[in-house]
Design a protein around this ligand. Sequence first.
Ligand code: FPP
Length: 251
Amino acid sequence: MTADPASMEAPVPRHLAIIMDGNGRWAQRRRRPRAIGHRAGARAVNRVIDFCLQRGIGALTLFAFSSENWGRPVEEVGALMKLFLNALEREVDELDRRGVRVRFIGERALFTDAIRDRMVAAEQQTAGHQRLHLSIAASYGGRQDIAAAARALAAEVAAGRLRPEDIDEAAVAARMALADLPAPDLFIRTGGDQRVSNFLLWQLAYTELWFTETLWPDVDADVLQQALDEYAGRERRFGLTSAQLGAEAAP
Ligand code: FPP
């Protein structure tokens, strides 16, 4: 991996969110089963974690399995579950050693006991770390995340602990997944499609979006650096004007 000093000094996202698309096509191009593409995708996950640790990116959220992915052919869902279980068994000690805090967002009740137990164990083992917050979205949907926050608010109102007029953006945000992290600064989707596909809908409101044709298993530090370089050149206005931003930056 080659990175010039200029790009090393550029602003780095605090939180990177990724839709890891293209595993199936990567395998099909090699006339291999789709499961082989997912295995290669798992190796790319290790590369992106390495990259975040090297660049000082503090939070990484990966879309590993959407609520809709349960509808894929049973063999493919089975292969993915086996891969998740293997990854949980093999990788957690190394993540722990490297100061990575792991958590899972999504409907974990839908996974087998074995996977759920490993998720809890991984979260407990790594709970004290701060260097990189790795969130794995598994059986996750952005609409489901918003609905769960609405349900939590409704329950608090029904219990008399919250008044409807006190429900504002901050109250909703506090009940969404990843409420303790800054919103993603940069979103990357690999595999050529340009959509958000029910990932982090609430949290992506002001996130910079970056798309690449590269299939997920082919992602390496050079591709990730391209995304960071483009991010560094963007002006984030959050609804304001450039002039206002300049004025705020002035001493
Ligand atoms: C999308 O590619 C990818 C997935 C549905 C699975 C993502 C899983 C991994 C990257 C592997 C392991 C992850 C962890 C966290 C250990 P696709 O199958 O939709 O590809 P296609 O669009 O080419 O068919």
